[in-house]
Write a protein that binds this ligand. Structure first.
Ligand SMILES: [Zn+2]
Length: 569
């Protein structure tokens, strides 16, 4: 990282892109709660956390540890260097007498030095600045052995403690989207859904109460006890087929107020299974410039979000990072002078500078859901919003609401939608009808649409164990796409390495396509042109974008095929 310097924090924040009005607001907010300016910025998310850390580094002339670089660290060799129980700082490197310590507030340097000296040896502390989230994650991932704590609690029969340890473990392991507790005949398995792929965590015995019907009999033993704890905490009385809810009392102290856990319970032939989905309310605001979009797509999306009105859609299946893309796009716009309001289900990320409205959990999945969404939108339209973010439009009614009541009445509307492709979305939407049977209509849709970004997340090859891909097939696929020259494709190692948990991959990257609406595209949509015509006009596709990533050796052809349907290039 090149080291620049700034006179003070204000200048540093300006260097990393903070608007003057946002800075004034942060000063006022910090005064109001007698707190730090940087904390006020992080809470309001008027600047991505990584930029705040970067500004602090500039202002104090301390090196900066970018989030991506922190993800690549392996701190296992530093395990003995547990510095601070509270996780305010973590050691990240040791070279002779110099210990590099990551901290989020420059003032913590003295404390870090004190703790190190207390260990009885002479060391020099070399600080570097990282975001609080990075430090917290490294702290839990490497210096608190949550997996061992889970095992110890199970052995001691403390199932509540075990569930707590499991949740903390999952929240900081990195990339865990779901925690599955799935019963078999005599053994129940705990698995994590990590970056779209399942990873086994623990197998545990199930004891049955003698009932021959495994599906309805009660499960005991460690696995059964964990399931029972979860179901009781959801406060549902009897699960016939399926129940939806959230954890309450069982969320451990250290995660409370920070993470929420949505829970789905279903009856299988072997008894109840549970899926827990953690939501990090205070996750770092993703930096739009680091999403990996090309220049043209970046510029177009930034133009959309500055437009006075219109509709922007981000489409893809669950877990394709749609909300992250929309949030990071919204963070590039001025939330101080422009009113940003959201209708979400749930509000995944809490942002102080937006007005967020959440559809009550009780209504989710019920007939009341659409009605509540309608009520919220009607209410917020009266409060003169300029930008409205509709988390997930599911049906014709919601879409009709977003298009006809919101986008067409002069508001910039952003929404996510479940569909496989950008051009396919156009075809799906023109067929959609409201509950009254009214069509959305290609005209109404085309008149407000600015663009549709379709996206997926593909896993990045592990940089420690990925190997050159010399297969003839890969070469010919790239060659046919005109990407043969100068390409350096790689593939995953069969056995992996500890850095990638033996999966061959670590981290993820977007592959995407953008349907940009200009006059010609608007005409095609209005005339209900076939999908192939829309693709032809788009001139870009997700498959092509993925092949470019393969040619650069960022991901493998196998991974691209796993995630993206081949064909349209
Ligand atoms: Zn590896």
């Amino acid at each position: 990282m090149p080291r620049q310097q700034a006179k003070n924090l204000e200048e540093a924040l300006r260097v990393v892109g903070m608007r003057p009005q946002a800075f004034e607001q942060a000063i006022a907010a910090a005064k109001a709660i007698n707190g730090r300016v940087t904390d006020a910025i992080r809470e309001d998310k008027t600047l991505p956390d990584a930029r705040v850390a970067q500004a602090l580094a500039l202002a104090t002339n301390i090196p900066w540890l970018p989030t991506a670089a922190a993800d690549e660290l392996d701190l296992a060799p530093l395990r003995d260097w547990m510095l601070d129980e509270n996780g305010r700082f973590v050691p990240i490197r040791r070279e002779g007498e110099v210990v590099t310590v990551a901290l989020s507030y420059p003032n913590d340097k003295r404390d870090a030095a004190t703790v190190l000296l207390a260990k009885g040896e002479q060391f020099r502390v070399q600080p570097c600045i990282a975001t609080p989230r990075v430090i917290e994650t490294l702290h839990y991932r490497y210096f608190v052995n949550t997996a061992e704590r889970f095992d110890a609690c199970i052995r001691a029969g403390d199932y509540s403690g075990a569930l707590g340890a499991l949740l903390v473990h999952a929240c900081y392991l990195g990339g865990v989207e779901n925690i599955y507790l799935e019963p078999g005949v005599r053994v129940g398995h705990i698995r994590f859904g990590v970056e779209g792929v399942r990873r086994h965590f623990r197998a545990m015995p199930i004891e049955r109460d003698g009932d021959l019907d495994l599906s309805s009999g009660t499960m005991e033993g460690p696995f059964g006890r964990l399931i029972n704890l979860i179901v009781n905490d959801m406060r549902v009385r009897d699960v016939q087929i399926h129940a939806q809810g959230a954890l309450n009392e069982e969320i451990p102290e250290s995660l409370r107020g920070r993470f929420d856990f949505r829970v789905e319970v279903m009856r299988t032939v072997h008894g109840l299974k549970a899926v827990l989905r953690p939501y990090d309310r205070h996750a770092e605001a993703a930096d739009f410039s680091t999403l990996g979009l090309n220049q043209q797509t970046t510029e177009r999306l930034r133009d959309y979000v500055e437009a006075p009105y219109g509709l922007v859609m981000v489409v893809g299946p669950t877990g394709s990072g749609k909300n992250t893309t929309i949030a990071s796009l919204l963070f590039t716009t001025d939330a101080v002078t422009r009113s940003i309001q959201t209708v979400e289900n749930p509000a995944e990320l809490r942002v102080g500078s937006w007005a967020q409205h959440e559809i009550p959990r009780i209504a989710v999945g019920s007939e009341a859901e659409a009605q509540m969404q309608y009520e919220i939108v009607r209410g917020l339209l009266r409060s003169a919003p300029q930008v409205i973010y509709f988390g997930e439009v599911r049906d014709g009614d919601a879409l009709s609401l977003a298009i006809k009541r919101v986008a067409r009445t002069g508001h910039l509307t952003l929404t996510t939608f479940h569909d496989v492709s950008a051009a396919g979305t156009v075809a799906s939407i023109r067929e959609m009808r409201t509950a009254q049977g009214e069509r959305i209509g290609a005209d109404a849709f085309a008149s407000v649409l600015l663009g549709i970004l379709s996206q997926r997340l593909v896993r990045k090859l592990c940089r420690m164990c990925g190997q050159a891909d010399e297969r003839e097939e890969t070469r010919s696929v790239l060659y046919e796409a005109g990407l043969g020259a100068g390409s350096a494709p790689r593939r995953a190692s069969d056995v992996g390495c500890p850095h990638c948990f033996h999966t061959g991959y670590r981290g993820r990257i977007l592959v995407y396509e953008l349907l940009h609406v200009d006059e010609e595209m608007r005409g095609l949509i209005t005339r209900e042109a076939p999908v192939a015509k829309l693709y032809e006009k788009m001139g870009n596709s997700m498959w092509r974008c993925g092949l470019e990533r393969v040619a650069m050796g960022l991901t493998s052809l196998d991974e691209l095929r796993r995630v993206v349907r081949t064909g349209v290039a």
